[in-house]
Design a protein around this ligand. Structure first.
Ligand code: ATP
Length: 254
């Protein structure tokens, strides 16, 4: 097994609450992995820990065999762990292309501040970045929207733009936090195909959080289930669906 990411016993304590408690995972290169659990189970906190957006209380993270615990978030992105957010975080007043261009800069720039200070008009002159960004927009089916301000994009396309932006940084591991949220059934079916396509095209490993069970069960080779910060199950879609602890975790919170 070619392990790309390993987390061992990650814990995040907020005062009296353990948002994540002793979470471990091993993800192989090329895998599409799912993380599910009821509201407040600790899924987003897990992604925040894996990307150093919050500091763990204890535990360790290894990426490509190297320890990355405590490494700064921007360095984590440059190492190849990139993510999208549950609440879309686009630059709403910039165009679709400019959003991707800014992300494409992250690899080159020393810190995020200098990226944020880069003017979109200057970036447009960096031809190789523009070409790469346009290619990404083509892949994501957003090319016709390239000059539209992000705020004016339909919601489903904003979600896709978030993915395009994460891809522009050049990830090896792509973390998607509820990529299908707010999408209609035909958009989410299309997104499933797109995620598989992106995995193959860019040789990605994908780890995703999703509430849409059909989406997770169809797409993910292996799924983990969190409840109250603790991993309660891990396995194939069939194993997870029939697991009594998983059923009671969901029913118990309903
Ligand atoms: P959802 O499916 O609703 O997005 P989730 O599984 O992603 O939920 P988290 O957002 O990771 O859950 O939250 C896990 C727990 O940690 C929740 O009880 C939440 O209120 C708590 N929590 C998250 N961030 C903080 C914080 N900064 N300070 C205090 N508590 C927090």
């Amino acid at each position: 097994m070619d392990v790309l990411l390993e987390a061992i016993e990650l814990t995040k304590q907020y005062k009296g609450l353990k948002a994540v408690a002793g979470y471990s995972v091993k993800i192989s290169r090329g895998e599409i992995r799912g993380l599910i659990g009821p509201n407040g189970a600790g899924k987003t906190t897990t992604f925040n820990l894996l990307t150093s957006m919050v500091k763990s209380t204890s535990g360790n993270i290894y990426f490509e065999g190297k320890k990355i615990t405590g490494v700064r978030a921007d360095q984590i992105a440059r190492l190849g762990i990139c993510r999208t957010f549950q609440n879309i975080r686009l630059f709403k007043n910039l165009t679709v292309l400019e959003n991707v261009l800014i992300a494409a800069q992250i690899k080159k720039k020393y810190n995020f501040m200098s990226v944020l200070l880069s003017s979109p008009s200057f970036l447009r002159e960096e031809k190789h970045l523009v070409d790469r960004s346009l290619e990404l927009l083509e892949t994501m089916g957003l090319i016709n929207a390239k000059d539209i301000k992000a705020r004016n994009l339909p919601y489903g396309q904003q979600r896709k733009l978030e993915i395009a932006r994460a891809l522009a940084v050049g990830p090896k591991l792509l973390l998607l936090d509820e990529p299908a949220a707010g999408m209609n059934p035909s958009e989410s079916t299309e997104l499933m195909g797109l995620i598989r396509y992106l995995r193959d095209k860019f040789k990605l490993t994908i780890f995703l959080i999703e509430h849409d069970m059909k989406f997770v069960m169809n797409l993910c080779e292996k799924i983990q289930v969190l409840n109250y910060g603790t991993l309660i199950a891990e396995g194939s879609a069939a194993e997870i669906q029939n697991n009594p602890d998983v059923i009671s975790a969901y029913l118990g919170r309903a």
